[in-house]
Design a protein around this ligand. Sequence first.
Ligand code: NAD
Ligand code: DAU
Length: 349
Amino acid sequence: MRILVTGGAGFIGSNFVRWLHERGGSEYKAERVIVLDSLTYAGNLANLDGLDAHSSFRFVKGDIRDADLVQSLLKEERIDAVINFAAESHVDRSILDPLSFVRTNIEGTQVLLNVSQELEIPRFLQVSTDEVYGSLGPTGAFVEETPIDPSSAYSASKAAADMLVLAAWKTHGYAVSVTRCTNNYGPFQFPEKLIPLFITNAMADQPLPLYGDGKNVRSWLHVDDHSDAIMKVLTKGTAGEVYNIGGGEESEKQNVEVTQAILTILDKPSDLVKHVEDRLGHDRRYAVDYSKINKELGWAPSVPFEVGLQETVTWYLENQSWWQAIKSGEYMKFYEKNYAGKLDTAVGN
Ligand code: NAD
Ligand code: DAU
């Protein structure tokens, strides 16, 4: 299979490419893997270190909205599957700058889709999110039929993209799939998201800014389990269908629990935790029913959260130069300007 991976220099895309080369190879033969990534603040060539050694791998810097570039790549590389990871992915940023989310997540997806459909690329997989379903109360879980009800400009833009992708199936019979996954964690995650931010802050004895009461619930999935699910949907999924991907009940944790687990692993004091002003429109709880992908495609999560979290903390301990380079760069200026002020309103731990 010859695959175009957009957004492959980001967190999940880069883990996916590495997984495909190093672990997925026994089940999935990827003859050629082309990463197309515009290298926004979240894209990082260091995430792809070592992959150049594989002759099947190629990196191309470019934007998914560049139809000419996408068209020439798809033709030149005789691509037979497009997997669209490229996105603006951070909810907090979508509150500050919703337009950039519209541009990449909606317009970009449609450009990619148009060109892929015109060139009759056999499969198109849209990597989406459980956030399109909105927020849950204390019980229940999202199924594929749950009505979409996004809360943020991030999730609204992802929901719009899902609708455009599914419309290509309904209108043209173009063979698309949409996957909706819950929160991922693992190596190479940009330190603006909860787990890598809190691990790296705790390592540096910096405060951990926990939003609101800290009791919002997320279901956590190791990024390698997500990669496996994507390849199962790509190769065996029914065209035109949505597949939910989640970590199961055991992976559902309140943010305070995740925070405490990180502090315990690092042997750091709990007074590093600062309860700060809540995120606007903060979804209370996500939980995903993954029985469809389980029954149809035989997928289930394999990495228990406690094991995966320990490994992830170890990765950040062993790769300090990777995250220190990010935290000493432009990102930190943005973070300090927009978020660090929240610590002024902190109400203790
Ligand atoms: P990320 O922010 O780490 O990476 C996104 C990548 O896309 C970056 O490398 C960036 O440079 C690239 N990119 C952005 N705009 C682009 C454009 N216009 N053209 C080309 N490349 C562009 O994001 P992530 O966490 O790896 O998420 C990847 C995908 O998975 C996203 O579509 C996201 O919505 C989805 N998702 C993420 C999670 C999660 O927990 N992180 C969970 C479910 C779904
Ligand atoms: O559910 C899937 C989604 O998970 C993906 O679609 C998104 O791309 C991904 O970013 C993630 O969204 P969240 O908003 O759930 O992730 P984040 O890591 O930003 O926040 C996780 C929880 O932690 C959330 O309840 C907000 C809280 N939080 C986050 C940060 C960054 C804090 O309390 N403090 C923080 O500093």
